[in-house]
Design a protein around this ligand. Sequence first.
Ligand code: WT7
Length: 662
Amino acid sequence: MSSTTTQQGPQETRVFNPPEAFVAQATVSGMDGYNALCAEAEADYEGFWARLANEHLSWQTPFTRTLNEDDAPFYKWFEGGKLNVSYNCLDRNLTNGNADKTAIIFEADDGKSVNVSYTELHEKVCKFANGLKSRGIKKGDRVIIYMSMSVEGVAAMQACARIGATHSVVFGGFSAKSLQERIIDAGAVAVITADEQLRGGKQLPLKAIVDEALALGGCDTIKDVIVYQRTGGNVGFTEGRDIWLHDLVADQSADCEPEWVDAEHPLFILYTSGSTGTPKGVQHSSGGYLLWAALTMKWSFDIKPGDVYWCTADIGWVTGHSYIAYGPTAVGATQVIFEGVPTYPNAGRFWDTVAKHKVSIFYTAPTAIRSLIKASDVDPKVHPKNYDLSSLRLLGTVGEPINPEAWMWYYTQVGGERCPIVDTFWQTETGGHMITPLPGVTPMVPGSCTLPLPGIMAAIVDEAGVDVPNGQGGILVVKRPWPSMIRTIWNNPDRFKTSYFPDELGGKMYLAGDGAIRNKDTGYFTITGRIDDVLNVSGHRMGTMEIESALVANPLVAEAAVVGRPDDTTGESICAFVVLKQARPTGDDAKKLALELRNWVGKEIGPIAKPKEIRFGDNLPKTRSGKIMRRLLRVLAKGETITQDVSTLENPAILEQLKEAS
Ligand code: WT7
């Protein structure tokens, strides 16, 4: 924990009561219903979770102990219980009346769409699972999934779950090097990928990047590369190692007995950035994780049998796990899975797709909303008012704070003032929503994620772990373990403890890494931003140290410091201060080198990590003991004048040089 954010949250006073038509049918009935659930959790925490786990999941063997805290913070939930996640998501829907219901409406990049029923999805997953087994892949093995948005991507995840293999999805925008690092850390036995991905009318490589990653070396554990043919583009094939998905499943049976696993069995590992070191492999469980994915579909999204639900996230992020691959299927929902990008063929694509498939629940990121506001300012034809959005009844946001202006536009222009907005605060580590309004229940305040879900003991404390009063900013923590929480960091239990359960806070409180403040009167939470060196660019999480390491790995670079700065569209953007081994470049030289370094970072990590701006200096602002003074760099990045104390600065002259682009 580097510092406490004490900045006051936005002093937003507008309150939007849930629209009445919505209230009448909401899953949780009013604030009384919410308070009753909270009181139940307060009175008998384990009883509360045991009841929900029995009501919402199908267990092959019932659990005998709800929560085991003996080895805290390595908590165990639902001990003795055995289940299968894919059984819960698919087989259950074959016998409860959903067999012919559409599970997935796949909206392809080119505007074609195809419907897949629960029966068809089940068959696909079983064949896929049998195919994996035929290659010797088994329970406990790790499988990397490097795919774009597709029915096959979701089927790959479910197929792993079916046989008890632990998947690790790597976002298709990550570089070969990032992919290689994850393959090695996970010790994966196979990679599932596609020949290419289709985004915005362009064919982009996937298989070629897998080949490149494996050629970087150290990936000897990989025995199979399974390739879904998406575009038919030309790709290299390594005999014995590579196999087409259609060949793998061709002769497989459409029945695959699920592998019954312990509730704690690792369903997946998902890598995410921390403030230091390499990305952390966040490990999630099967039972507790699925319980929360399913339950929050009902509580936060009020999902009903007739809904058409659409979450625009990618399966490469946790949102695509909990709210595409697992949550919606676990509750038998119909969902849209979108392959493309929001701006192709034009920036009306989201609204066009909502109208086309009569989407009723829509979940996206504030960055997307902000960029579509801008696009419709430029081209009024793509404004939501030109599309029939009358099917919408609920809107959601995730990934970063939503500014009140964007919230208001979403509420009025997209939701027609009839749709509640759920501003869902959560993290890769939390597995599912933590703090969010309940639709039709919680009065909404633009920019506030309002109140914790029942059973989530969120609080704000100071650096010693002591509660701070409402109205005073502090550190966001969760005081009790919850079923869908991170179980450990793969290969690194010590880092799990120090990152999330630091001794300074007593070792038993979960440290979220965000600052927050509660409203004096309502107790509503507003997230004030990360308190560590983690950036949030377009809702994508990135460690400043990772980007610095990537820059320093370039032979031209002597030193680098990376900071975030506020950005109108992307929330935050990346600004890098770089000292070269050669003399400080200026003018065109500086521009050329900045471009070269941006591309370098793209190659090292992925295009999402490319700094928006690079400034060159002869040195960086440092204290006498040689520590880089990042707080000064943050001020410079914003283009503001430094008014802070610089008495500890060794080389004040450097500030002038770093004030603007070289
Ligand atoms: C970080 C987690 C949760 C899935 C996608 C991102 C920020 C997330 C909100 C929100 C304000 C938010 C936090 C958090 N964040 N949702 N509704 N309001 N901030 O998952 O990559 O693990 O990032 O995203 O800073 O710590 P992630």
